[in-house]
Write a protein that binds this ligand. Structure first.
Ligand SMILES: C[S@@+](CC[C@H](N)C(=O)[O-])C[C@H]1O[C@@H](n2cnc3c(N)ncnc32)[C@H](O)[C@@H]1O
Length: 311
């Protein structure tokens, strides 16, 4: 086992981040025990038992949503996620697609402020700062991901432009304000359903600011979990945002990326199985849910990056 992946420490750190957020956010601890939500959609392919349980029971905790945002079926896997994902930098969104969209539609200067919510290991944040020279703040709940992002910002020479913070976006989204661009990349329903998410994101940006969401278009209008493009458009109308561009991720692009990422995840899962044989079921089910996600993304839904402007 390599240094820096103390599983027990991770467990404590994530719980502490969640607990801190709960304590600092309005002094309200209710979401530790389980906040009432109406699950509606999730990040592409993150259809898991957890999602189904969430719907049936009507309760999903921050930890459960966190697990789901990284395709883990159980919160038990959370402390192992930094180890399992140690070889990957990009965890969801394509920094290239986001960069292209911004460059095409938005005038960016060194005064431009970008908020990257649930930034993972900072792949999008660091690339934007490097290529556009703008200021970026990234927030994620997993401390190891934030450490990695800080290192990458230094490595890319943009340490001064990037600020990274460990925190719970369900709380911090309420206090972060006055950004020119906010990004929510591959985070699923952590902030609620599509309408709730857009309403929250809108409050973090200036008048006329931009929202970038990486999510999915469903192909069945009767499946509320994945709104179709038309249903998303209706939500944009209702929430007062305008779709400027959407880029659907091509199937072969997804398949290539998935195969590459799977290789690394399986390698690390096998190492964990050797080290913790009693938890083999946990790592096997992670590999399985990753594969299910790939199949879904390649067949049933279309991953999409959307650029929206508040009107
Ligand atoms: C699929 S990853 C996407 C990461 C990044 N946006 C990207 O596209 O590379 C989902 C991220 O959401 C983060 N996350 C989930 N729930 C969170 C919460 N309540 N607060 C902050 N981060 C959260 C996870 O730690 C994970 O890094």
């Amino acid at each position: 086992m390599e240094k820096g992946y103390g599983i027990e420490e991770n467990e404590k750190a994530v719980s502490a981040a969640v607990e801190n957020a709960a304590i600092n956010g309005n002094g309200n601890t209710s979401f530790i025990k389980g906040e009432r939500i109406k699950p509606y959609r999730s990040w592409p392919g993150k259809v898991s038992k957890l999602n189904i349980y969430g719907r049936e029971m009507g309760f999903v905790t921050v930890e459960e949503k966190l697990a789901k945002s990284l395709t883990a079926e159980s919160v038990e896997l959370i402390p192992y996620l930094p180890y399992l994902l140690q070889d990957l930098w990009e965890l969801g969104s394509s920094p290239r697609d986001i960069l292209k969209m911004i460059t095409k539609h938005i005038l960016v200067s060194k005064e431009t402020k970008v908020l990257d919510l649930a930034c993972g290991k900072g792949a999008v944040s660091v690339n934007l700062a490097k290529e556009l020279g703008c200021m970026v703040k990234g927030i994620d709940i997993i401390p190891e991901f934030i450490d990695f992002a800080v290192q990458k910002a230094q490595e890319f020479g943009v340490g001064e432009l990037c600020e990274f913070l460990v925190g719970d976006i369900t709380e911090l989204v309420k206090t972060e304000k006055d950004y020119d661009i906010v990004i929510l990349g591959a985070v699923g329903d952590v902030l609620g359903n599509a309408e709730e998410t857009i309403n929250l994101l809108k409050k973090t940006i200036k008048k006329g600011g931009y929202i970038i969401i990486d999510d999915a278009y469903g192909n069945d209008e009767n499946n509320p979990q994945y709104p179709t493009r038309e249903q998303w458009l209706a939500i944009f109308n209702k929430t007062g945002v305008k779709l400027i561009e959407d880029k659907i991720i091509e199937d072969d692009e997804i398949a290539g990326l998935n195969n590459e990422q799977q290789k690394w995840i399986i390698k690390r899962a096998n190492e964990l199985k050797e080290k913790f044989p009693e938890k083999a079921y946990l790592f096997d089910s992670y590999i399985q849910s990753q594969q299910t996600e790939c199949i879904e993304l390649e067949n049933e839904i279309s991953g999409v990056t959307m650029l929206l402007k508040a009107v």
